[in-house]
Design a protein around this ligand. Structure first.
Ligand code: FMN
Length: 361
């Protein structure tokens, strides 16, 4: 690991921030206490909601942790397309007996207010999703003593992250659960996402920043592979979603290993931005025509998703999950960190035992 990252947490294991109530303080605390880096997700929260969670987490652990922010979205959503999608969802609204949400409920996720809180009350690590902040923002966080990370899904985005002045880059492969952190959503590039190992190697040859690898990692052996490809640490979401400490809905946790859900897909159906989830009825029916309109579609479908969850209907929920979901283990989060670390160590030992001239025939 790079010295700055190593100083922060001993194991190269980061628990991904997971918005929507998944990465609660109890989860982040358990991971940080076990020697990984726990993360809070500020996305969809108010600045005060984020601050309350930080205070709660500080009460649970004195170890370093991170807070993740969503970047504000530029105004390029096609309102006519959102209106058409609202008509296409009318049957769902009637079925769940709700009114669709107001698509114009805000597109900056309270970014400035959250930044102000994080500058007044600095935390050890802050990461950004959906784009790179300005150099000024990154510099002000650095002056406050905060280590900064920004997600990239292509080598070009990683270069933009380096130019902006972040301390490290989160390299997110196409296997990843939840939203792709693509800097600018563009339907023309749909289907061109890069697999994690290839992406880490490409980014390693493009930027000099430390890399945190994310996407489909469920075992310590995969962390070893990411480190061998040039990463300094790995960020795991779906693996931690299944732990008892995670705040994910019980149906969501069960669905990860339920044979009813055989695969994942990237979809705009729930939020208007590509995100990977288990294929269920809602995703199958509405994914094919959902517009590129984030966060309008997120606001629009919010009451539907809430009602589906309240009714125990997994077929109407956003079941975010990475491609490795079937390998999820229901271990307590601290124990999962220990198991991952042990698997990583034995994979590293096996690698070092390989004949130097290549694998034996
Ligand atoms: C339920 C869920 C919610 C997520 N929410 C966020 C988020 O709020 N911010 C963020 O940067 N990444 C978020 N992600 C993506 C993760 O940071 C990470 O890229 C992903 O979990 C890695 O893939 P994996 O799930 O296969 O481990 C989320 C992922 C999941 C599964």
């Amino acid at each position: 690991m790079s010295s700055a990252l190593t100083d922060l947490f001993p194991l190269p294991i980061v628990q991904a921030p997971m918005a929507g109530g998944v990465s609660v303080p109890q989860l982040a605390a358990a991971v940080s206490e076990a020697g990984g880096l726990g993360f809070l997700a500020a996305g969809y929260k108010t600045a005060d909601g984020m601050y309350q969670e930080i205070k709660q987490l500080r009460g649970l652990t004195g170890r370093p942790f991170g807070v993740n922010l969503f970047m504000p979205q530029p105004e390029y959503a096609d309102s006519a397309a959102v209106e058409v999608y609202a008509h296409q969802l009318a049957g769902e609204a009637a079925w769940y007996e709700i009114e669709l949400g107001d698509p114009d409920s805000g597109r900056d996720d309270g970014y400035d207010a959250k930044l102000a809180v994080l500058l007044d009350n600095p935390v050890p690590v802050v990461s950004f999703h959906f784009g790179a902040p300005t150099s000024e923002v990154l510099e002000s966080l650095r002056r406050a003593g905060t280590f900064t990370l920004v997600t990239a899904t292509t080598p070009d985005e990683a270069l933009a992250v380096q130019r902006a002045g972040a301390d490290a880059v989160i390299v997110q492969g196409i296997e990843a659960g939840g939203h792709q952190g693509t800097h600018r959503d563009n339907p023309e590039t749909d289907g061109t996402g890069i697999g994690l190992l290839s992406l880490v190697a490409q980014v390693r040859e493009t930027v000099s920043l430390p890399i945190v690898a994310a996407g489909g990692i469920m075992r310590g052996s995969q962390i070893a592979a990411a480190l061998a490809a040039g990463a300094s640490a790995a960020q795991l979401g779906t693996a931690f979603l299944a732990t008892p400490e995670s705040g994910a809905n019980a149906l969501h946790k069960q669905a990860l290993t339920n044979p009813l859900f055989v695969r994942t897909e990237l979809t705009r159906a729930f939020s208007g931005r590509p995100a990977r989830g288990l294929v269920n009825r809602f995703l199958r029916e509405h994914g094919p025509y959902a517009p590129a309109a984030y966060p309008e579609v997120h606001h629009l479908t919010s009451p539907l998703r809430k009602k589906a969850a309240a009714s125990g209907d997994a077929q109407g929920m956003a079941l975010w999950a990475g491609q490795g979901h079937r390998m999820a283990r229901e271990l307590p989060a601290g124990q999962l960190v220990e198991v991952l670390a042990a698997e990583l160590e034995s994979a590293a030992t096996a690698l070092s035992a390989l004949p130097k001239g290549g694998a034996s025939r």
